[in-house]
Design a protein around this ligand. Structure first.
Ligand SMILES: Nc1ncnc2c1ncn2[C@@H]1O[C@H](COP(=O)(O)OP(=O)(O)OP(=O)(O)O)[C@@H](O)[C@H]1O
Ligand SMILES: [Mg+2]
Length: 363
């Protein structure tokens, strides 16, 4: 996956700019608040159909304008592709790939793959489970449309359930039907999450070991809403899901909210048997995130046969030189787009294109 260029029209602080990229390393540099991260956001949007910074598409439109447009040209599977993303202030967004309209985000995910790494990921091990889950889900969604679809379905069912539970005397038959669907969908989601947690563990274990000079053994555990999943056996897992969902039935009615489902899953990291969230140093927590990101890149490469585009937002502010070097040494022969304020930090890198951004313009 190689981005050839992106055109930004009334997107964030850009009026009309086309930015060309090298297939190797690209360093976008400039002072704070000039629009560097906005470019990464623009590229990222094409991998999942929405921004990683906001859920309100209208925020992407340049202040005072009515609509915004992004155009991306990229190479994938040996061919050149074009994609367009339009946001309007008064109607639904429109996405096209090779001039064919994309009706749902699920038709888009997987066509253009990215891995995004920025300062907001540094605390993902330490924080609550939401962002850990989201990060995992974005990886799997880019590789399996049916997972993305199940995830959407599960969200819908939970919403319907919650709406029903809020009523006085909720229809128990309806609740049972929704629970039946939730059991099926949860089984699908758990199957995929389990598989990809195992894959992440396989790769990131190696990197964690390497960066710590052989001292640290990393384990990743899937603590799902039905408890830890050590192995995936269809029938046994389905039974556990049924038991869990049935066991909370009465309490859900009492408390008027759903209490079981994959929206409660978590992922836990252990170094030498100790929980990184509670006992890891800040450095170790950052390393765990770093090795996850390298693992994500390798998983996409293994399954898609080509590297994703790696988007690195301002990593120099959060990762020390040792960790930065480790990251870049592991990820060669792929396209990397990096933002930073000080280009001198990257002065000795080969095959590097420098792009200077100032007030929403390339100068
Ligand atoms: N919808 C919008 N319309 C116009 N300008 C916007 C919009 N959204 C954000 N901006 C502007 O974009 C700028 C921030 O861009 P961005 O986050 O890309 O900065 P940056 O160069 O990455 O800065 P830093 O080095 O601090 O991370 C701010 O000046 C902000 O006001
Ligand atoms: Mg930024």
């Amino acid at each position: 996956m190689i981005v050839k260029n992106i055109s930004l029209n009334n997107f964030r602080n850009y009026e009309n700019e086309k930015i060309e990229f090298s297939p190797n390393v690209n360093i976008i540099y400039g002072n704070n608040a000039q629009g560097k991260t906005n470019i990464l956001e623009g590229i990222y949007i094409f991998s999942v159909g929405k921004s990683n910074r906001t859920v309100h598409d209208s925020e992407l439109i340049k202040f005072g304008e009515k609509d915004a447009k992004l155009n991306l040209e990229f190479f994938s599977q040996g061919r050149e592709n074009s994609a367009e993303f339009k946001i309007f202030s008064d109607k639904r967004k429109k996405i096209e790939i090779n001039e064919i309209p994309v009706k749902k985000n699920s038709e888009l995910v997987g066509k253009f793959n990215t891995v995004y790494f920025g300062p907001e990921y540094m605390s993902i091990v330490k924080e609550g489970p939401k962002n850990r889950r989201k990060n995992l889900d974005i990886l799997i969604s880019q590789l399996h449309k049916d997972f993305f679809y199940s995830l959407m379905q599960s969200k819908k069912i939970i919403e319907q359930k919650n709406a029903l539970l809020k009523m006085d005397n909720p229809d128990k038959m309806m609740l049972s039907v929704l629970n039946e669907n939730l059991i099926k969908i949860s089984l699908e989601i758990i199957k995929y999450r389990f598989e990809y947690i195992k894959k992440l563990e396989k790769f990131s274990k190696i990197y964690q070991n390497e960066i710590s000079g052989g001292k640290e053994d990393l384990e990743i555990k899937y603590n799902s809403f039905i408890g830890y999943i050590e192995e995936f056996d269809d029938k046994k897992i389905k039974k556990r899901i049924e038991d869990k969902i049935n066991s909370v039935f009465k309490r859900e009615i009492l408390y008027k909210e759903s209490m079981a489902g994959c929206q409660r899953d978590d992922i836990e990291f252990f170094i030498n048997g100790k929980d990184v969230k509670s006992f890891g140093s800040q450095g170790q927590q950052k390393t765990v995130v770093l090795v996850q990101k390298i693992a994500e890149v390798e998983i996409i490469k293994e399954e898609k046969g080509e590297y994703p585009v790696l988007l690195l937002d301002d990593i120099t502010s959060e990762l020390d030189i040792k960790r930065q070097r480790f990251l870049l040494s592991k990820l060669q022969n792929m396209q990397i787009i990096i933002t930073c304020t000080d280009r001198r930090k990257f002065k000795n890198m080969e095959n590097t294109k420098f792009i200077r951004i100032d007030k929403g313009r390339q100068i």
